[in-house]
Write a protein that binds this ligand. Structure first.
Ligand code: NAP
Ligand code: 8YV
Length: 320
């Protein structure tokens, strides 16, 4: 009988994924180890494969302690927590889960936008608390119809959000580093775009290149009636500037699925009435997580079978 491939698991995986991997992989859970440094020093060299997710990625100490690592399969599309360039230089293939979550994350962005503009949480509270009987009708809210929607990052998910926005007769603008071959208005300057938007939806990757792209100037350009939706990474928005803008009324409202230091959300943000906060659940439905999990496992299976992966990150595409 051939020995199973040693797979290091970072973060949690579903039972379905466990079951799919069990036949070919001998799985060790990193977070089950109490002496992490001792474990990595003693056993790091055993592992040729890692399974992780977009949140945990591959921490530097793990990368450094796994000299025989050949493949990393990440359960998520965003891989800012993995040094993909460094991995590629070592010949390590990194895979992720593009496309299978486009619809779900786009739906979450729209859900947040409508929740903020129609003040769904406050209206729910009005209905439950007895305010409806005591005070009468809930105050009027703002429509999502015929607005100007700016998309920051018109990639796979951004394009799906643009499709959804057109259902609300929106005018869609977008900003990214380069214009795309699409029938939408490109804006080379983010502040300039924000000035013209009712809603700004952020869906770039995280990491150093996008750190605090959405800053005080962008938020002020969006303005007192403007709404910011962030379904990308917390790092893309300057959270301190965001809180200040929301507190002062310089920004109208925000719908946030992601935060700077997850799972910690600043108390000042939680105290605000003009925000809707989600605990990073953009892709978190049974159906979409199943598709993501299947692709995560299929990448590992393909590596065992053919020494390549199905959906490599761009930095590793030449190795796949
Ligand atoms: P994608 O197809 O690679 O699209 C990313 C877009 O961002 C591209 O249009 C890119 O265009 C633009 N971009 C990259 N760097 C930029 C910069 N510095 N300034 C302006 N635009 C920039 O990625 P995707 O599959 O749509 O996923 C996007 C991100 O969503 C993921 O990386 C992840 O962080 C996040 N996400 C979050 C959740 C959640 O649960 N909330 C779920 C899935 C994904 P240019 O290269 O032309 O700039
Ligand atoms: C996941 C995500 O929540 O795909 C991403 O980039 O942010 C989410 O779909 C994340 O990968 C943790 O599993």
């Amino acid at each position: 009988m051939t020995e199973k491939t040693k797979l290091l698991q970072i973060g949690s995986i579903t039972e379905r994924m466990q079951a799919r991997l069990a036949a070919d992989f001998d799985i060790t859970e990193l977070f089950g180890e109490t002496d992490r440094a001792g474990f990595l020093a003693a056993r790091g060299a055993e592992f040729s494969a890692i399974i992780t997710d977009g949140h945990w990625g591959v921490p530097e100490d793990v990368m450094a302690a796994t000299p025989n690592l050949k493949v990393v399969s990440s359960y998520g599309v965003g891989y800012d927590a993995i040094d993909a360039t460094g991995a590629a230089a070592r010949g390590i293939l990194v895979s992720h889960t593009p496309n299978v979550l486009n619809d779900e994350v786009a739906n979450t962005a729209i859900l947040l936008w409508l929740s903020v503009s129609r003040r769904v949480l406050a209206a729910d509270q009005w209905a439950r608390s007895g305010d409806w009987e005591a005070k009468g009708a809930f105050p009027l809210t703002r429509t999502a119809q015929k607005k100007t929607v700016g998309i920051l990052g018109l990639g796979r998910i951004g394009q799906t959000i643009a499709d959804r926005a057109s259902m609300f007769d929106a005018k869609v603008l977008y900003h990214s580093r380069s214009p795309k071959d699409v029938d939408l208005e490109y804006r080379a300057d983010l502040v300039d775009m924000a000035k013209d938007c009712d809603v700004l939806i952020v869906i770039t990757p995280g990491g150093a290149a996008t750190q605090h792209l959405v800053n005080k100037d962008v938020l002020e350009a969006l303005g007192p009636e403007g709404i910011l939706i962030n379904v990308s990474r917390g790092s893309v928005v300057d959270e301190t500037a965001l809180i200040t803008a929301l507190q002062s009324g310089a920004l109208g409202g925000a719908g946030l699925d992601v935060f700077d230091k997850e799972p910690v959300i600043p108390a000042a943000l939680k105290a605000l009435e003009n925000v809707v906060l989600l605990p990073h659940v953009g892709s978190a439905t049974v159906e979409t997580r199943e598709a993501m999990g299947d692709l995560t496992c299929a990448n590992l299976a393909e590596f065992l079978k053919a020494g390549r992966v199905l959906t490599a990150v761009p930095e590793c595409a030449h190795l796949a």
